[in-house]
Structures are given as C-alpha cells and as structure tokens.
Unconditional design. Structure first.
Length: 457
C-alpha cells in the first residue's frame, strides 16, 4: 500500500498546480485586449475590463498603468491617481505614468500636486511634443492659481481693416426689388445703397474677478469699441458692453449665471425726412453648465435671453431666447489641435406688429465649428465656420403671402502672432453670405482686418 503513495501524491500535487494556474488565469485581466480598446478610444470599456482584477493584479506596473489610463480617459480621476501612484512606487522614472498622474490631478483641480508632477516630468528630458503639453498645462495652472485671488485684467486693441458691404445689403437693388415684388425701376436710397470703405478702430476692456471661496467667483466686466470709416462717416459706430455674473465650480462641473447690457450707436443714412438712427440697446441674462469629461474634453449646455430695442426703428425690436450645446476637444497630436462645435436654436419674438398683422419674429437653427492649431510657440492659426437656417415666424413679414427663409453662412480664417506675453498681432478675414427666397435679402460681405492687442495685468 505505501509504495504507491509517492505516485498518488505526485498526481494530486500536479492537479493542484494546474488548478492554481487556471485560477490565476481567471484572476488576470486580458491586457492585450485592454490595450486595443484604449487604442480605439474606448476607455470606458477598457476600464470595465480591467477594474474587476484590481484586487489580484494591483502592484503589476503594466496592469496598473493601463488601468490608470483607462480611468483617466473615462473621467475616473481619483481611481487614475491611485493606479499611477502604484506604478511610480515600482518605477519612479515611468514618464508616462508621471505625466498622466499630473493630468489626473489637474482634472481634480488639485493644482499644487499637478504642478509638482508636471515639473518632475520636465526634469526627465521629455520629447518636444510632451514638453509643449507640459508647458501649456503649467501656464493654465498659473492662470488658475492667480484666479483664486481678486484680479483685474484689461486689454487695448488697435484695428485697421476694410469692409466690403457696410450695411450688408444686396448689390443689385433694382433687379432684386423687381424679382421680389414685381416693382421695376426702383433705385436704392439711404441704408439700402451698397457701401464699402476702409476703417480704423480702437477697442478696450477690463474684467474684475472676485473669488468668494474655492467654488464661487464673481465677475464684473466692461468693454467698448469705436469704429471710424475713412469716407462713410455716417456709419461710424460705438459699442459699449457691461456684464456681471458669477460661477460656481464643483469638481468637474461649473455653473455660470450672468447679466449683460449693450449700447450701440450708429447714425446711418436713413432715407426719411425725420431723423432716424440705427441706435439700439440689448438687455440680457444667461447661464451655462460646463462639465469636464476628461482633461481634453468639455461639454457645455447654455441658454440666453436678450431683449433688443431700437431707438428709432421699434418695428425691429425683438425678444430672443437661445438654447444650445457645445463640445470642446483638444488632441495630443502635433500642433496641439483644438476643435469646438456647437448647435443652437433661437426664437425671436417681435413685440410690435406690422400693418398686415405680421411681425419680424424669426426661428433660427444654427451650427458653429471652430478649430485652432499651435503652429509654433509664437504662431496660432484658427478658423470658424457658421451656418444658420432662419425662417420668418409669420407670413407676409417681408413679402405678401410668403414665409421668408434665409440661409446664412460665415467663415473666418486668421493667425495670431504672440510677439511676447503682452503683445499680439492678429490678421484675419471674415466672409458672410446670406441666401434668401426673397432676393432683396440676398447679400455678401468680406471684412479684412489687422488687430494689434496689448494685455494689461
């Protein structure tokens, strides 16, 4: 009996060993699959795959790093810092874990620890792209830390430009009137005459921030713009803006509420016997909710109400309610691209009716796309594209028995040269085109400008 014991014992031990290997395999995450999910941008799925194995694999640097990246990119910042700390405990020179932990601290608004980790990354001789990313984060941290104290910032700008269509009217008035209303031979007068001219401008503004605590900040701002045309002096304009509001920040969420006022003056060239200007006032209130989904992605929901009142053209008065959403996304790629997209819906209600019972109210649906590239440390390039569908809310407002429908496109392309921390130079061109089912409202406009800006802090 006893001579068979060693053989039986060996079999038992072998079975136990195989069972242990199988059990260990069951308690090990598939790191290759997790890596593939992260590469495909499916961070939440990667985290769901890795997280159940944390009890068994915590301390394995490869597992911990993938878990940390998955947590960071899916918005679980506290979990990310714990995973990266375990990686660095084993390998303090793991540059990727160090950089990503700094990003996680930044997302948690732990600016001191984020700054500390970013500075350690700089001592490890990072690649040029990584260094630019770290420098950008450190600049943002410095600005945010400064924002924790009462601060007054201001700017002043000088502008030189050319406007191809000052009043944004059709260039073939006589033919457009005939096509729209079957009236022949009418010539444009006053503000209906197409005009172009060069201009100079001066803009200035200030913003005062008053933090009450770690979450709440009050803001008060004023700015003004003065535009002078060289020949068309009646179309010189003055714009004054005032705003006040507060923001409340809780972890990844920021809530903003504010009041705004605007006063605009422009004489214009009204074809009437009695004096009539284009002067107007705007009174508004708005709010937004911003959420940081991850260090590179932010979503925003916003709403705004504006009451627009014209001094001499009360028929154009309107109350506008706008609701919309926006997405901002930056990318860890060459030239540090940043993309912005928004969609909005505006309802404009006109308090005053026309003689036929119609009014100038509109229903507007619009989208806006914008992008920015850091071409080098001193040059940024940017582009903005907007598209709006605008429908009259009442029949006969602009043409008898017709609902007016317009499609408005605008495109801006520009560069910004950062001469130093205080001075910048910005050349840009903006093209606007409106197409309407009422030909009189077809128009196009090009504005070319060069702006010299000085930041005052």
């Amino acid at each position: 009996m006893f001579r068979f014991f060693p053989i039986n014992c060996s079999v038992v031990l072998l079975c136990l060993a195989l069972a242990g290997v199988a059990q260990a395999a069951e308690k090990s995450a598939d790191l290759t699959q997790a890596q593939s999910l992260l590469g495909a941008g499916k961070a939440a799925q990667a985290y769901a795959l890795l997280e159940p194995f944390e009890f068994y694999q915590a301390g394995d640097p490869e597992y911990d790093y993938l878990l940390g990246v998955a947590a960071l990119d899916s918005g679980k910042y506290n979990a990310a810092t714990l995973a990266f700390e375990r990686v660095l405990a084993v390998n303090p020179n793991h540059a990727g874990a160090r950089l990503d932990m700094a990003r996680a601290y930044f997302a948690l608004n732990d600016l001191e620890r984020a700054s500390e980790q970013f500075k350690i990354v700089l001592t490890q001789n990072p690649p040029a792209n990584a260094k630019r990313t770290v420098d950008a984060y450190l600049e943002r941290i410095a600005a945010l830390q400064k924002a924790k104290n009462p601060a007054l910032t201001a700017y002043v700008e000088g502008v030189l430009g050319y406007d191809s269509n000052i009043t944004n009217v059709t260039r073939d008035f006589t033919n457009a009137v005939f096509q729209s209303y079957s009236l022949s031979g009418l010539q444009p007068t006053g503000n209906s005459i197409p005009r172009d001219d060069a201009y100079v401008g001066v803009n200035a503004g200030m913003l005062y921030s008053l933090p009450l605590d770690q979450q709440t900040t009050w803001r008060f701002g004023l700015d003004g713009k003065q535009k002078e045309y060289f020949s068309e002096r009646k179309f010189r304009s003055t714009t004054l803006n005032g705003q006040m509001g507060f923001s409340y920040k809780v972890e990844q969420d920021t809530f903003n509420v504010g009041l705004n006022m605007q006063h605009f003056t422009q004489e214009g060239d009204a074809a009437t016997t009695s004096p009539s200007t284009l002067d107007s006032d705007v009174y508004g209130i708005g709010g937004s909710w911003q959420r940081v989904l991850d260090p590179r992605t932010q979503v925003t929901l916003f709403g705004q109400f504006n009451a627009i009142r014209y001094n001499d053209l009360s028929v154009n008065n309107n109350d506008a309610v706008t609701l919309g959403a926006a997405l901002t996304r930056s990318f860890a790629l060459p030239y540090q691209p940043v993309l912005f997209a928004s969609v909005f819906h505006t309802l404009e209600s006109a308090p005053k009716q026309l003689g036929n019972g119609a009014d100038f109210g509109h229903d507007v649906l619009g989208i806006r796309l914008a992008g920015q590239l850091a071409l080098d440390p001193k040059w940024d390039g940017f582009a903005v594209l907007g598209y709006q569908f605008r429908d009259d809310r009442t029949q006969g407002a602009r043409k008898p028995n017709v609902y007016g429908r317009d499609k408005l496109t605008d495109f801006t392309l520009g560069l910004r040269w950062k001469v130093d921390k205080a001075w910048s130079l910005r050349p840009q061109v903006t093209y606007t085109n409106n197409r309407s089912n009422i030909p009189l409202y077809n128009s196009s406009r090009t504005d070319i400008s060069l702006t010299l800006r000085r930041e005052l802090q």
